[in-house]
Structure formats: structure tokens, C-alpha cells
Ligand binder design. Structure first.
Ligand code: RIB
Ligand code: CA
Length: 321
């Protein structure tokens, strides 16, 4: 009997790397729905992009449109990296599907109350999740796990301190990290190790299917935009939030307390990760020393086996039509 696949909801702002996360999740999990949020582009564009990805992969998955703005501050979209559409690099055909009639927060509440054991994979700003948790605090005990791409144990990317998804909506991230939901965090300190280069893209292209060639064209755009920003590789940030759930030996992690800075003049949007008990951040500490300070509220990714990670990605892309 075929083992039942882990039920998941993907909350995202596609986004080239969000696309990779969706396709990797589709290979291994039972995606109950995709919810979209503003981030890499406005929410109309990220919703259209999610529909495009679903149709490209031949998936039968509802897409529910989410929040257009952060909880407090005005939105500043990530189009510099992902292009005006949020998923530049390929001229998609018109989509046939329509978004789900419910909004993202409503879809999250309904689905998480109707189904036990659901994991949420969040690869964009956490606005939808914060609103759902505020509207239905019972969800915190119902969500089996929340795997996010966001934050960083070390440096940010939008500022020296803040990573884009948390920086875009710090108040939402604060709600989520205080919620008590079991969190897996893939921050920039981890996801920057998961870079894609031109050889990786050429291998994807050589898979030969229409979908693989489309993904390769999109990744060529993403790599070029990352190069303009000074990056030698195109970081596959978001699929790390899927890989950390898949095969624990691919991603090493440690328990940490994570707090979101809301007031710092220079540090707003920073995830302050208490790593004082970890030798790789505190060489003076004795290995095995328990965490200090506030109790850990997240399992935080530290190292990824890049070749194994890329094999996972290529396996998922090879399965596309
Ligand atoms: O900082 C990286 C994150 O910001 C990724 O999720 C990327 O898609 C953008 O949303
Ligand atoms: Ca994203």
C-alpha cells in the first residue's frame, strides 16, 4: 500500500525560488493548497504566478489569493531580483484556472481546522499566517509543523541585519515566532549555501521536457539578476524550507530562540537567533552545552549538503510533464 504523503499547504510569493519550493513539495508531499502573499511582487502577480506554476506542473491544487500589504508598514516589492511580473524570464500562456473563492487566511483556517497533521511551508512574508493565527488562535496547536524560509542567524540581504521575508512584514513574523507553532527556520545563513549555477541550469535544461526547459529559462533570468546584485550563484532559498522536512541528513539544524526585532533603528526586521550554545557561532563553548536565555522556539538550519540538495531538486524537475 502506497504510504500516505504528508499533507502540506504552501504559503508563498512566487518568485523564482518559490517555484522551486512548490515543485519540490509537489514531488514528495500532498499539497492541499497554495496560498499567495505580496512580497516578490504585488499579490495579484504572485497569485497569477502561482496559477502559472500549477498549470506548468499539471497540478490539481487550489490557489488562494492572500494579503496585499504587510500588517503595519507599506509594501516594498522584490521586483529587482524577480522582475516586474515577479517571475520574469518566460512568456507564459494565458492561465485557464481561477483563484480559489476564499482568501488565503480563510483558506488556511478552514483547511487547518478540517484536517489534522498538516504542515505549512511558508516561503514569503508571513502576513497570511499571522492573520490566520490571530483570527483562529486554535490553529497554533493544530499545525503539525511550520517550515519557513526567512530570517538569518548571521547577515541579512535587504539590510545588514534583515532578510527580505521578515523585513517585508516584521510584525507578522513576530506573531508567528511568538505563536508556539513548531517552527523549522531556513534562514540566509543556510540558504546561501544552496546556490544554483549555470551548469546546474544546463543539467535541468537537458532533462528535455517542456516544463524543465521552462524552469531552466526562468532560472537563467534569476541567475542573471542575482549576478547584477553581486551574487555568483542563484540562491535556492525557498526549496530549503522543503528539503529540511524531507531528509534530515541533508540539512543540519539546531534548536534556538528566535526573536524578531521591531524597534531597532538599524535592525528592524532582524531575526535575533540565540546561538551562544553552538560551537560554530561560539568557539569558546563546550559542545553539548544547552541553550541559554529564552527557551528555543525554532529548529534553525545550519548546514546543507549542496550536492544532495541539488539531486533532490533535479529529481523533482525530472518528474515534471
Ligand atoms: O530573502 C529571500 C526570500 O525573499 C525568498 O523567499 C525569496 O523568494 C524572497 O521572497
Ligand atoms: Ca519567496
Amino acid at each position: 500500500m502506497r504510504p500516505t504523503r504528508r499533507p502540506v499547504i504552501v504559503d508563498c510569493d512566487p518568485g523564482h525560488d518559490d517555484m522551486l519550493a512548490i515543485l519540490l513539495a509537489a514531488r514528495h508531499f500532498d499539497i492541499l493548497g497554495i496560498t499567495t502573499v505580496a512580497g516578490n511582487a504585488d499579490v495579484d502577480r504572485t497569485t497569477l504566478n502561482a496559477l502559472r506554476i500549477v498549470e506548468l506542473a499539471g497540478m490539481d491544487v487550489p490557489v488562494a489569493r492572500g494579503c496585499a500589504t504587510p500588517l503595519v508598514q507599506a509594501p516594498v516589492f522584490g521586483t529587482a531580483i524577480h522582475g516586474e511580473s515577479g517571475l520574469d524570464g518566460y512568456d507564459f500562456p494565458a492561465v485557464q484556472r481561477r483563484p480559489h473563492p476564499r482568501g488565503a487566511a480563510e483558506f488556511l483556517v478552514e483547511t487547518l481546522r478540517a484536517r489534522d497533521g498538516v504542515t505549512v511551508i511558508a516561503t514569503g512574508p508571513l502576513t497570511n499566517l499571522a492573520i490566520a493565527l490571530r483570527a483562529a488562535p486554535d490553529l497554533a496547536a493544530r499545525i503539525d509543523a511550520l517550515s519557513i524560509m526567512g530570517g538569518s542567524v548571521t547577515t541579512g540581504n535587504v539590510t545588514a541585519a534583515a532578510e527580505f521575508n521578515v523585513w517585508f512584514d516584521p510584525e507578522a513574523a513576530d506573531v508567528v515566532f511568538r505563536s508556539g507553532v513548531p517552527i523549522w527556520m531556513s534562514g540566509l545563513n543556510l540558504t546561501r549555501q544552496a546556490g544554483i549555477d549555470l551548469h546546474d541550469i544546463e543539467r535541468i535544461e537537458a532533462l528535455g521536457t517542456r516544463a524543465a526547459r521552462t524552469v531552466a529559462a526562468l532560472l537563467r533570468f534569476y541567475l542573471a539578476r542575482q549576478a547584477r546584485a553581486g551574487n555568483a550563484l542563484a540562491p535556492a532559498h525557498d526549496p530549503c524550507a522543503v528539503a529540511i522536512l524531507l531528509e534530515p541528513q541533508i540539512v543540519a539544524w539546531a534548536p534556538m530562540h528566535v526573536a524578531v526585532e521591531l524597534r531597532g533603528e538599524r535592525t528592524r526586521g532582524m531575526t535575533l537567533c540565540d546561538a551562544r550554545h553552538l560551537p560554530e557561532f561560539n568557539p569558546a563553548i563546550r559542545p553539548g552545552t544547552p541553550p541559554r536565555g529564552d527557551a528555543p522556539n525554532a529548529r534553525v538550519g545550519l548546514r546543507v549538503d549542496r550536492p544532495a540538495f541539488l539531486r533532490l531538486l533535479e529529481d523533482a524537475l525530472a518528474a515534471l510533464p
